[in-house]
Write a protein that binds this ligand. Sequence first.
Ligand SMILES: *Cc1c(COP(=O)(O)O)cnc(C)c1O
Length: 403
Amino acid sequence: MSDLILPGGSGAELTERYQHAVMNTFGPPKRVFTRGEGCYVWDVEGKRYLDLLAGIAVNALGHAHPQILGAITAQLSTLGHVSNFFATPAQIALAEQLTTLVTGDSGTEAKVFFANSGTEANEAAFKLTRRTGRTRIVAMEGCFHGRSMGALALTHTAKYREPFEPLPGHVTWVPFGDAAALEAAVDDTVAAVLIEPIQGESGVVVPPEGFLVDAQRIAHDHGALLWLDEVQTGMGRTGQWLAAQHDGVVPDVVTLAKGLGNGFPIGACVATGQAADLLQPGSHGSTFGGNPVASVAALAVIQIIKRDGLLDHVTAMGEHLAASVAALGHPRIKEVRGRGLLRAIVLTDEIAPRAYDRAMDLGFVINAPRPDVLRIAPPLVVTAEQLDTFVAALPDILDGSTP
Ligand SMILES: *Cc1c(COP(=O)(O)O)cnc(C)c1O
């Protein structure tokens, strides 16, 4: 046991200390949380919340999962870190698992680069695309790929990008889901087409049916790579290991992170076919990436998702949530979109920030990625009963936040 003493006090006192000591990149924190178990978290004042955000689609198996805890502590007390001059059985096993999950029964070979976050996985993929000998990237309007200089270069929104220019160039954007625009933008100078199968940060935006299939054809017609950012949609979140598997698409490059380690930081860039050998010694690296503790966390996640049949559970719970919210027939709800347990409740008015606050007061953690969108991304193990408590509170969450 540890003899570290962590600060106590009220939420207001701790928030005050936070604001003095932590850079103000996120705005004031909504709560100070001290404990989590399963699908619930508790704040410093002892109030319990149903966690329907899961640390932004991260805590796939909920908080303090005993088997993940067991795997991490066993590895940490055996061998915690060795750097990438050396291999560990944990990292090898995870790489094999991930390549199998990504390629399925397509018969394609694949290899993994391990990182510590989604941004870093994308940074690796971005550098990988440069090794094709081409430099142009065609990305999507409304995309989100992270906050590093590389990830920012891929971001469409000018107000995020422009304060940090000059950034790596040769990136162009087309409207998300517009195959004709993509067709017109891609030529033989393009290294990669970059797509989130569902745009998470943009408000859980789903492209038209068949878009990924079209995008793959367009990319391959021009010798370009199809790079999918599945940092948010991957690892079972939509009811398949990768969201692209709903369309039968095997990407040339796919980036993973959020749900991969259940909260233990880990990211992965998986490349298939010839793309798997583009990065070579000296091309890229990471001190922590694929560290054995992070690797066993991810191995445990994969094992439990398989063992407990969670992909089917995600599909069933996602449909249950969407149907129950629709059945409310609430005048402020326009639609429910998304797939599996990555869902948006789209509102008729821009009341999402207030609804977010009201939900927190009523004991539900959600968030508002856009002024008219509430995002629901609970642990994959959430039950129908737990979701029903939220749906029952939804009229109050929406009406209690009338402008
Ligand atoms: C969250 C996210 C990222 C960034 O991941 P970090 O772990 O925050 O660096 C990149 N791409 C997508 C699609 C994401 O949702």
